[in-house]
Ligand binder design. Structure first.
Ligand SMILES: Cc1ncc(COP(=O)(O)O)c(C=O)c1O
Length: 396
């Protein structure tokens, strides 16, 4: 047996990938499993972006680029940030990576010394705590609840700060809840970050998927925050480009230079063709983004109403992203189809085995008592899936 380092042995497989893997295995056995586990838009990548990638290949843009990304893309990211947030960044303050997940890994790798603590607000995107641990940091969880619309409580965050705390991670719109942090909470949080001299990592990959006429607010725009904020973003969700692997971080030049050095040793540049495609995504027509967002909003309206109609299910109204995170704790301690339900994992296992519906247990996101349904799939699938869930939950 080849030795595996302890730091890697202790990493669990991602809860979302695991749920999707099981669903795929059942599909391969010929079972008609409906998967609500994956976190990627079901729309095709827009044609203008595909064409830009073809052009890049035809023009032999197939060689190493600057490790932190091509200047054209970095400039486009700065222009977009100026346009959407009114914040001025230079290309030297941008590091383009192979997806936002890679950006986050680079950030933690650049920032954390052993034992440094990072506050993560639960429910959280599955990868934050494991990435923090991978780089010898300590994730410190602060809980939020559906009853409070998953709004972080700034006093709770303040109580979690110690002399080892270096950063706080926020993600709005949020995966897995779809929650959008209110501007009052963001303002109080920013004041805390300044007072305690911390860094705020703001994961904004769902910023273009907002409902009910909301517009995106970044904490980087708040007083004294630009110099202590790192914005994480990418093209995966906004442009249905999950497989292309382009994300980026925007932050103070000194940190970004160090982060780029780390990346230059680990992977060098992200894929050159995907970078040119991402440039087209940011600078080309934006109507595909609006159409996707409208479709997600219609699905959200349907799915929230349908879930709330099921006895024992409580569901908040997501302000963005493409997830709902219903509270199913009313089923704990009950029997469904002869099985004891004690946890969100028991419930999602039951739904997969008996109703052939795949969803992700809340425990994977640091929030027992809930499960995540991604509505990045057709209306027909959503209707059929909700019917199956309703039937399965009414079997006492
Ligand atoms: C909150 C959040 N951040 C980051 C990512 C990673 O995105 P990328 O595909 O750019 O690596 C995801 C993907 O699911 C996500 O949900």
């Amino acid at each position: 047996m080849i030795k595996v380092a302890q730091r890697v042995v202790s990493i669990p497989p991602s809860a979302t990938m695991e749920s999707d893997r099981k669903a795929r295995a059942m599909c391969a056995e010929g079972k008609n499993v409906l998967s609500f586990a994956v976190g990627e838009p079901d729309f095709p990548t827009p044609e203008n972006i595909i064409q830009a990638a073809r052009r890049a290949m035809d023009e032999q843009k197939t060689k190493y680029t600057n490790a932190s990304g091509i200047d054209e893309l970095k400039r486009a990211i700065c222009d977009m940030t100026q346009h959407t947030l009114g914040l001025s960044y230079e290309p030297s303050e941008v590091c383009v990576s192979s997806g936002a997940k890679h950006s986050l890994a680079n950030i933690f790798g650049t920032m954390l010394d052993p034992g440094d603590e990072v506050i993560v607000i639960a429910p959280y995107w599955v990868s934050y705590p494991d990435l923090i641990r991978l780089f010898d940091g300590v994730p410190v969880e602060v809980a939020t609840t559906g009853a409070d619309d998953f709004q972080p409580c700034v006093e709770d965050i303040s109580r979690a700060i110690t002399d080892r705390t270096v950063a706080i991670v926020v993600n709005s719109p949020n995966n897995p809840t779809g929650g959008v942090i209110s501007s009052d909470v963001l303002t109080d949080l920013a004041a805390l970050v300044v007072e305690k001299d911390l860094v705020l990592l703001t994961d904004e990959v769902y910023k273009d998927i907002l409902f009910d006429g909301r517009s995106h607010t970044s904490p980087a725009t708040l007083p004294d925050m630009r110099e202590r904020t790192i914005i994480i973003d990418g093209v995966s969700k906004s442009y249905s480009m999950t497989g292309w692997r382009i994300g980026w971080a925007l932050g103070p030049v000194d940190f970004i230079r160090n982060m780029s050095n780390l990346q230059s040793q680990m992977t060098a540049n992200p894929n050159s063709i995907a970078q040119w495609a991402a440039l087209e995504a940011l600078t080309g027509p934006q109507d595909a983004v609006r159409h996707m967002c409208q479709a997600f909003e219609q699905r959200r309206d349907y799915i929230v109403a349908a879930l709330c109609d099921i006895e024992g299910v409580k569901c908040t109204m997501p302000g963005g992203a493409f997830y709902v995170f219903p509270d199913i704790s009313a089923y704990f301690g009950k029997k469904l189809g002869g099985r004891d339900i004690q946890s969100s994992k028991d419930l999602t296992d039951y739904l997969l085995d008996e109703a052939w519906v795949s969803a992700v247990p809340g425990s994977g996101f640091g929030a027992e008592g809930y499960f995540r349904i991604s509505f990045a799939c057709s209306m027909e699938q959503i209707e059929e899936g909700i019917n199956r869930i309703r039937r399965a939950l009414s079997v006492a």
